[in-house]
Design a protein around this ligand. Structure first.
Ligand SMILES: O=C(O)CCC(=O)C(=O)O
Ligand SMILES: [Fe+2]
Length: 498
């Protein structure tokens, strides 16, 4: 029998399947557990029905009965805010040039443009990336849906005096966003408060084929230029992989990590969106940062002999990509420390832990599995693992040292209490994998452990990275330090990494 996949392989397997998606999936009344496994872990796009946003204040206050923007309300409450506005008729570095103006000025333009019937010869202005929540923290325009709450990016950025990744967009019919993937290769969600958007998506990897003969990513993926094989020699290869979806009022689009997309406002539209990272896409973000650094190194290869070349590369990386290795590690550290604190406050054991106790129970002759668990184990190919000679020997060795009394106590104990017993890494990996593939509910504890597991995984990738090794760093800024924090905490706990 083939060796079952570990967690990282399992995630990659799920992603590969999503990248062959043929239609855009609509989700309704999904719970967090299922959204996590089917969309976040699998990095698969979807669209939510409007019930998720039904109670939002912005959907009442910002929209007229005829479903057009309530200019009067917006002007009265936020008119003196300074907002960034893009000119959609001009191209500047594969994007639109932007300037800051007053919201009241923008609304004056928009209302007139609309009344005049969207004249072709007038500028087409799009208000984008307005840090609305930061500007009006007391006006609760919306509540972030539960699906998007595991958000390392904003959790970390909120500890800094800088901007966050929570935005409002608004613009007349015809405004649009050129083809791109999101900052840091983060996830994004985007909710329509009013209006209608058309989204065009390509799965990760296709962007390589959508570059022109000079290596520049296409600016408008609907342009007839793409048919010109002299200009875009590879575009025809990915033609069939495009996904298109129309998003109506109240609906939310989930944009997975690294999926390139282009967006059109088919009507006058207002939307709210967030960018975010978590344990499901942190590896994609790391890879993006790593490849950004390779590009920077190539660019300034000619001065490699200068003092502090590596530090210089990091400076440029930060200027281009928005973060450098140090800040990426700071984020992991803040999240790891938060999760450890949160875990200390938890009392329940969690599904992964129960699985682990239940399954070892068979070997340890303590707690038999019910039929459903047994069936799930068979379906997921887990049987071979826990019965494998290596694991069963390891367990038997541990069991030998245990008195009858201890065994009884052990079966009753919760995950958090067990100080003296630790499972072989191999077993943990597979129990964790099993929990992901089954429909068992994860507890809050399981999610905390998942986060620590993924942080630990990415740190191990980082410490073996050649560029990371050659950087000067204080112990307190290092990946090794964060591993030590996790290690010193887990010595008394049972964690899925030994
Ligand atoms: O709505 C738009 O124009 C762009 C939104 C977008 O790119 C996103 O949410 O990732
Ligand atoms: Fe985007």
């Amino acid at each position: 029998m083939a060796t079952p996949m570990n967690l990282t392989e399992k995630i990659n397997f799920l992603r590969e399947k999503s990248y062959k998606l043929e239609t855009f999936e609509k989700v309704k009344e999904i719970d967090y557990n299922n959204f996590f496994k089917e969309y976040l872990l699998a990095n698969k796009p979807c669209i939510f029905t409007p019930d998720v946003t039904m109670q939002w204040k912005s959907r009442k206050d910002w929209v007229m009965e005829n479903h057009t923007p309530n200019y009067t309300f917006l002007r009265a409450l936020f008119g003196d805010a300074i907002v960034p506005v893009a000119n959609c008729k001009q191209e500047q570095y594969s994007s639109h040039p932007k300037q800051d103006i007053l919201l009241s000025e923008y609304l004056d333009y928009w209302e007139k443009y609309r009344v005049d019937g969207y004249p072709e010869d007038e500028p087409r202005l799009y208000l984008k990336d307005w840090h609305f929540t930061k500007a009006y923290p007391d006006y609760k325009a919306y509540t972030t849906p539960v699906y998007f709450l595991s958000d390392w990016l904003n959790e970390f950025w909120d500890t800094l005096p800088q901007d966050d990744y929570r935005f409002v967009y608004m613009g007349p019919k015809g405004t649009w966003t050129p083809f791109h993937a999101d900052v840091y290769r983060s996830f994004s969600w985007s909710a329509n408060i009013c209006g209608k958007k058309k989204w065009i998506f390509y799965p990760p990897g296709c962007e390589v084929m959508l570059k022109d003969n000079l290596g520049n990513l296409v600016y408008d993926v609907t342009s007839p230029d793409l048919e010109n094989q002299k200009k875009f020699p590879n575009a025809f290869k990915v033609k069939g992989q495009m996904l298109e979806v129309i998003q109506g009022e109240g609906q939310i689009i989930f944009v997975p990590s690294g999926w390139h997309h282009q967006v059109y406002n088919l009507e006058d539209t207002i939307s709210i969106n967030h960018n975010w990272l978590n344990g499901c896409n942190i590896d994609i973000c790391w890879k993006h940062l790593h490849s950004g650094l390779q590009d920077v190194k190539k660019e300034i290869e000619h001065c490699r002999d200068m003092d502090g070349w590596n530090t210089q590369c990091q400076l440029i990386l930060k200027a281009c990509a928005g973060i450098d290795y140090k800040q990426f590690l700071q984020m992991l550290r803040v999240i790891a420390e938060n999760r450890i604190e949160q875990h200390k406050k938890q009392e329940t054991s969690g599904a992964i832990a129960e699985l682990c106790i239940g399954n070892t129970g068979i070997v340890a002759e303590s707690q038999p599995l019910d039929n459903r668990k047994q069936q799930e184990m068979q379906e997921n190919n887990v049987k071979e693992i826990y019965m494998s000679e290596k694991c069963s020997n390891e367990i038997s060795e541990l069991e030998k040292e245990r008195t009858k009394e201890q065994k009884e106590v052990y079966t009753k104990r919760s995950f958090c209490d067990k100080k003296e017993f630790s499972l072989p890494k191999e077993l943990w990996e597979h129990f964790a994998m099993f929990a992901f593939s089954s429909d068992w509910e994860w507890s809050e504890n399981d999610y905390l452990i998942f986060d620590l597991y993924r942080i630990r995984h990415i740190l191990q990738v980082i410490i073996s990275d050649e560029d990371y090794k050659s950087l000067y760093k204080e112990y307190n800024d290092s990946a090794e330090y964060i591993i030590d924090i996790i290690e010193s905490w887990k010595t008394n706990k049972l964690l899925p990494f030994n």
